[in-house]
Design a protein around this ligand. Sequence first.
Ligand code: SF4
Length: 368
Amino acid sequence: MFNTCICWLGTLLFNMMENTTIKRRLSKPIQIGGVTVGGGAPVSVQSMTKTDTRDVRATIEQIKELEECGCEIIRCAVPDMEAAQALAAIKKGIRIPLVADIHFDYRLALAALESGVDALRLNPGNIAAPDKVRAVVRSAKSRGVPIRIGVNFGSLPKDLDPELTIPQQMVEAALRHIRILENLDFDLIKVSLKAFDVPTTIQAYREIADKIPYPLHIGITEAGIPRQGVIRSAVGIGILLNEGFGDTVRVSLTSHPREEVYVAYEILKSLHLREHGSSLVSCPTCGRAEVDVVDLANRVEQYLEKIKKPIKVAVMGCVVNGPGEAKDADIGVACGKGQAVLFKKGQPVRTLKEEEIYSELIKEIETL
Ligand code: SF4
């Protein structure tokens, strides 16, 4: 008990050091494999595989790629028994915690638990027979495996009070599932309430926040292809995080899951909730720029994707405003006609010829 308190206090202090403005909602911590979710632990980043779970090799390959990008929890869809049984081999081939996403069929949940998954995403109210729910909960409890209740606007029960607003209906649906687990003396619970509509999602989380002690998994569901989905996710998830909600994040994009991880970190970094890898500061360019800033910034960003150090690099279009506007960058270039000034923390270091801007900047980044 004492150790738990120390641990909780530690994560709270970490949180306070990381971020001085956001007061995070306190939640009961749960353990998903080696990742603590809730209780003030850093907001974790998760994603979902887009491979056929039955294809063990392809699924492991995709998860390994996501591990490289910093994904901390991975979920796989479990549409049938073959997929449930594939989870054991997948689990052996990866390092991050594995969550099984199950709908309706309690036998898939039992098989996933036997495969050694670290968490389930399962709505117990969708399994009609109480003895079947009891069997799943008993197995999860004996293994210390948490269950995420995931309510989606698109699949709300038909018998909810029509007088309730949509966010209230989502909360009511979640509370029904939660009560089933609590009545079976199970409290390793995590909850999500997702909708495509951003204000609906935000309101649902606001309404449930003080009704339950459990950690919240946040996201905007079916957010869309990247251009639209990134914006919808950044607005929705960003507002929720800024209000202190969210213990773990999943960005849902119609895209490769590495984009989801990348975007989740950018949202967390922009609110100073996590440090992860490098950041690129680049000006929008304007009539003052005399080199192709867009091309240069894109090349630098591509290079930075593999840099794990939390450094800030600037690519600015002119020397008039560049170094000053990017003075908190660790290193940067401010371009001029046929040349660029290399600067560190806003101070000029040396001049580079136009053809060596990219290569010299990269060399300097590598020495940092
Ligand atoms: S840094 Fe210079 S080129 Fe870039 S937007 Fe500002 S003024 Fe324009």
